[in-house]
Design a binder for this molecule. Structure first.
Ligand SMILES: [Zn+2]
Length: 245
């Protein structure tokens, strides 16, 4: 008995020690990323024409793009950095469209957050995330449609190449095709540069978002109850590819 409890204690302190580096890291990051920056409300230095990513993410993307060419794929960014103001326009336009069509405000918000985020919570605010397609494919209509990435579809080869290679360059799919996942639907085009976005998410989730959203004022925001926000954070912000947590 004596020995067993000793082993248990040793294991427990081993775990505690193993946690120390990440705690230190979180404190450093907290200084580096402000809440304004995380919510797309401050100017971020972005790199690359038509790329618009933070330096490290930009450089990794260029390397991935070069490699993809050899596989016959032209990685083309459809969307990358987006400010709070831009996200607010997207959100409010959809809110007006759905409520004008007769939807109740909460139903309209539920519909919006199938694919679009609440302003201030978009990963596109971070300068680490991209919506990317294969520029070689001539596709009519909207390119950000999951069915176009399936077997025999225009972006099937793109998807296969990304599945096999993107993680080598630090880019991970965020909204995976996992039936058990809640929150945003499957987005085979949305990738995140993990070396920066993981610490950014860690900082973001440490903030008191319920308090922050009490002071936000945009069309529809008056309908955000704390219960709604809590579920949104759990499902839409945090129920993502576990490799990005
Ligand atoms: Zn996206």
């Amino acid at each position: 008995m004596q020995r067993r409890s000793f082993i248990k204690k040793t294991t427990a302190s081993g775990i505690a020690l193993a946690l120390v580096p990440s705690i230190t890291l979180a404190q450093d990051i907290d200084v580096e990323y402000s809440i304004l920056e995380l919510m797309g409300k401050s100017d971020v230095k972005l790199y690359g024409k038509g790329i618009n990513l933070r330096k490290e993410a930009h450089d990794a993307f260029i390397e991935m793009k070069r490699a993809a060419y050899t596989g016959g794929i032209d990685l083309k960014i459809v969307s990358s950095y987006r400010s709070f103001d831009r996200q607010q326009v997207i959100f409010e336009n959809k809110f007006i469209k759905y409520t004008d069509a007769g939807m109740a405000p909460l139903d309209a918000i539920s519909k919006i957050i199938e694919y679009s985020t609440i302003p201030g919570t978009s990963r596109h605010h971070w300068g680490t995330d991209i919506d990317v397609i294969d520029g070689y494919q001539k596709v009519s209509g909207d390119v950000l449609v999951p069915s176009k990435y399936g077997e025999g579809q225009p972006f099937a080869d793109f998807k296969k190449w990304m599945d096999e290679n993107s993680e080598k360059f630090g880019f991970y799919l965020v909204y995976t095709d996992d039936k058990k996942r809640r929150g945003f639907k499957y987005e085979p085009w949305h990738y995140s540069y993990a070396p920066i976005s993981i610490p950014m998410l860690e900082t973001f989730r440490s903030k008191n978002l319920l308090q922050i959203y009490k002071d936000e004022d945009f069309l529809g925001s008056e309908h955000f109850t704390s219960g709604f926000l809590r579920t949104y954070i759990t499902d839409n912000v945090l129920d993502i590819n576990s490799k990005l947590l």
